[in-house]
Structures are given as C-alpha cells and as structure tokens.
Design a protein around this ligand. Structure first.
Ligand code: ZN
Ligand code: ZN
Length: 256
C-alpha cells in the first residue's frame, strides 16, 4: 500500500507525535500519499480527549498545508477530517470541504456525541449505525468509510441484525463506489470473547464475508494515532489472516 488516508494528530488528545513526525514516518514507510483526517471539532464542544477544539481548525489546517508545501517533492499530503454523520451538521461538513481536501466517515456513535458504540452497541444501535452510513454515503460528502464494522466493538454477539446491517452498508458502498476500510488499528484492542469465539473487534470476519458478496472496493487504513504506526506493516499481515480466503477486492494503492 502506498497511501494512507486515515491519520490523526496530537490535537485530538488521544494521539501523540508532531505533525511533521507523521510525515517523516510516512516517507520512511514509502508512502506516496499521506492524508490527515483528525477527529472533527464542533463549535462549543470541548472534549480534550476526543477531538480538537473548534478554534484549533485554523492551526491544524495551516500546519498540514505548510507540510504539504515543505514535502511536496517527497510525498503528497492531503488535509481532512474524520467525521460522524449527523444530518443537522451537513452545512458544517460542506463548509469544512471548502477548507480541506476530503472527509472520512468515522461513525463512532449514532446520537450526537453520545453513547459511543465502542462501549455498547445494541441491535437498535446497529440498525441506526447502518442507516447513518447509508445516509452519509448518499450525501456525497465523504471520500472513504472508516471501520464500517465498528459496532462489533460494543457487542459480543454477531446476529441477524448485524448481518442485515452488513448487507445494507455493503450494498450502498458497492452502488456508490465507496471504499470500505479494513482498519489496521482495531487489533490494538486484542482478542475479545465473542459468542462465536475469540476474535479481534474489527475487522470482524463475518462482516467482510458479506462485503465480499457485493462489488465493493476495500482499502487498508492505519488509523494512525502515533507516527510509528505508519511503519508497522505487519498489521496488514495480521488483518490478512483475519480475512484469509474471503474474496475481497482490496485496492492497495487507492486514489480518490
Ligand atoms: Zn482517534
Ligand atoms: Zn480515526
């Protein structure tokens, strides 16, 4: 893979490293494209361990734009945000797109900044999650769907609701040609005891068995919260073991 579109910065409060260190690590790793997609801020929301403050947008984009220029001979740098889809914020997302290169959809909850699905995801939450992804794809505002199987972090059972959600997401992604991300950072949580046996939270194999039934595009994403993550290509080997034998259409050198 020569492009990573899912990279954070220390501004979110749970990532470390300087912006330039991410760039240098990416060059070291042989990437041709590095996309920064830090967690989007919302006006009036101060969540120092989740996301930057709204008034840090200028500093964030200025820093990325500066690196874009400084390293233009070595690597193509893109600026972006990782955004949850809340319909009431569509105008805000459109505004952000006037200032950055792209938006990643990273749906971490289904209620505005509440009840993170990594803590708990009921059947109802899973249905809402799938609906949010479909609406986001239909909005045309996003370039990339991060961890579409994220909800498996907040539950321990894969059931009919999950199957239906996977079909709904895959069908729409295939129809609108949205790349679905095989997230390379979920494995950091280790194995969890699912009803069907121990497994990483995501990528969750049964989800990707359904993705493969549609004409979908899959991409790897480091979801880097530390510069050295970009150097850990053994993560791909681990993920490939999880999805071994599933006929996924993985595009290693994906371009928007
Ligand atoms: Zn994060
Ligand atoms: Zn992320």
């Amino acid at each position: 893979m020569d492009a990573n579109y899912h990279t954070h910065t220390s501004r979110c409060g749970h990532a470390t490293g300087g912006d330039e260190q991410y760039v240098r690590a990416a060059i070291d790793a042989g990437f041709k494209i590095l996309g920064f997609s830090d967690h989007v801020p919302y006006e009036g929301i101060h969540a120092p361990y989740d996301r930057m403050d709204y008034d840090q947008i200028d500093n964030y984009l200025a820093s990325i734009n500066n690196l874009k220029e400084k390293y233009q001979d070595k690597i193509k740098i893109l600026s972006g945000f990782e955004v949850e889809f809340y319909p009431q914020y569509i105008d805000y997302y459109k505004y952000l797109l006037t200032r950055c290169d792209y938006l990643v959809l990273g749906q971490h909850n289904v209620t505005y900044l509440k009840d993170d699905l990594d803590c708990y995801a009921s059947d109802d939450d899973v249905e809402k999650f799938a609906e949010a992804l479909v609406q986001a794809m239909e909005s045309g505002l996003f370039s990339y769907i991060a961890h579409p199987d994220y909800f498996m972090m907040g539950r321990r059972h894969w059931n009919e609701t999950c199957i239906a959600a996977a079909h709904k997401i895959s069908k729409k992604a295939a129809e609108l040609k949205y790349p679905l991300e095989l997230n390379l950072n979920g494995i950091r949580h280790g194995h969890k005891p699912y009803k069907a046996g121990l497994a990483y939270v995501y990528p969750y194999r049964p989800f990707w068995e359904i993705v493969a039934q549609y004409d979908t595009i899959c991409v790897y994403g480091y979801d880097a919260h530390h510069p050295t993550t970009l150097l850990e290509d053994d993560r791909i080997i681990t993920i490939n073991k999880i999805i071994h034998g599933i006929p996924l259409n993985i595009v290693e050198n994906y371009r928007f």
